[in-house]
Each structure stands twice: as C-alpha cells, then as structure tokens.
Design a protein around this ligand. Structure first.
Ligand code: HEM
Length: 152
C-alpha cells in the first residue's frame, strides 16, 4: 500500500497552501506583526506536536492490536473489504470514511493511552468561579486526560 500521497487525487493547482508559505506570505504583507521568531515557534509547535502525538498514537495502536488478535482480525477484514488485494494503490481521503473499525481502534487506543495525557493552564488574572470562590492569579490547573478517560 502506497501512503506517499494520501491526497494523491489532488492536482498540483488545487494543492493546499503550506503552513510555512502561508506564514511567510502574511509576514511579507506586513499584516499581524508576524516576526521571524513567531514563525520559528509556530513551525516548532507543529513539528513537535504533530510528530510526537502521531508516533505515540500509532505505537500504542499497533501494540494493542498485537495484544488483541480478535480485534486485529476484524480490522484485517475491513482492510480487505476496502482495498481488496490491491496493495499498491494510493490511499485517498474517501477510503478514510470507510475505515470505521480502524477509526474505532485509534480512538480506543487514544482513550487508553492519550498522546497528550494531561493539560496544564495557569490563570493570568483572578477568576470568579462562583459567589464564594475566586481563583487567584498564578494558580495552576492540571487536567488529567489519561485519568478522566478511564473513569466509568
Ligand atoms: C493523535 C494525534 C494528536 C493528539 C492526540 C493531539 C492532541 C492535542 C491536544 C490535547 C492539544 C491541546 C494541548 C493544550 O491545550 O494544552 C493539542 C494542541 C495542538 N496540537 Fe495536537 N494532537 C494530535 C495531532 C496533532 C498534529 C498532527 C498536529 C500538527 C500537524 C498538531 C498540532 C497541534 C498544535 C499546533 C497545538 C497547539 C494549538 C494551540 O496553539 O492552542 N497536533 N493537540
């Protein structure tokens, strides 16, 4: 199966604008005060946030499929249904909507082993939660996604 061009059905003219090109174009237009540092930070965020999360999600999905052969068999049947014996054709976006069981596998894997297991926030000004409670400036809040996902 060739995954090189997931959007292989798109012609070059219709190709979407690349994030970096878009940022540089807006910088050249002088809008929004975009600095070189801002562009570097954005690209770093996308590269890191995009790479690490997907690598971890794929690793845990493959691990869970290896540990659950019955589920692996169901997924195999779905792949056979969508791709038949053609292992060389490009995957295109219309395939994705047919790969329902694959989506369920990813979602279950992300539920058990979320790539971003917690979120952190720091309050930058006092926040009135209700009549009695004010959360003070500087308070840090930690939301445990990995824990929440395992609650009944
Ligand atoms: C399984 C895949 C992914 C998961 C589970 C995931 C999860 C998350 C979560 C939970 C956040 C919020 C973090 C927070 O608010 O503290 C986040 C933010 C972000 N993600 Fe992902 N992500 C995934 C894939 C990607 C990919 C592929 C990209 C880019 C190519 C990406 C780019 C970003 C960026 C740029 C932010 C920050 C957005 C902002 O500025 O608020 N993520 N992601």
């Amino acid at each position: 199966m060739n995954l090189d061009r997931l959007n292989g059905d798109e012609s070059p003219e219709k190709e979407k604008q690349k994030a970096l090109d878009l940022l540089i174009r807006e910088q050249e237009r002088g809008q929004f005060g975009i600095t070189d540092k801002y562009i570097r930070d954005e690209i770093n965020a996308f590269t890191f946030a995009g790479h690490d999360t997907i690598a971890s999600a794929l690793t845990f999905t493959v691990f869970l499929l290896a540990a659950n052969p019955d589920e692996q068999e169901k997924l195999h049947l779905e792949l056979d249904e969508v791709f038949g014996n053609d292992r060389d054709r490009n995957v295109d976006t219309s395939d994705l909507s047919r790969l329902k069981y694959l989506e369920c596998c990813f979602k279950e894997s992300l539920r058990l082993y979320p790539s971003a297991p917690f979120l952190m926030r720091k309050i930058d000004k006092d926040f009135q939660l209700d009549e009695e409670i004010t959360l003070p400036t500087g308070l840090q809040q930690d939301r445990e996604i990995a824990w929440d996902n395992k609650l009944p």
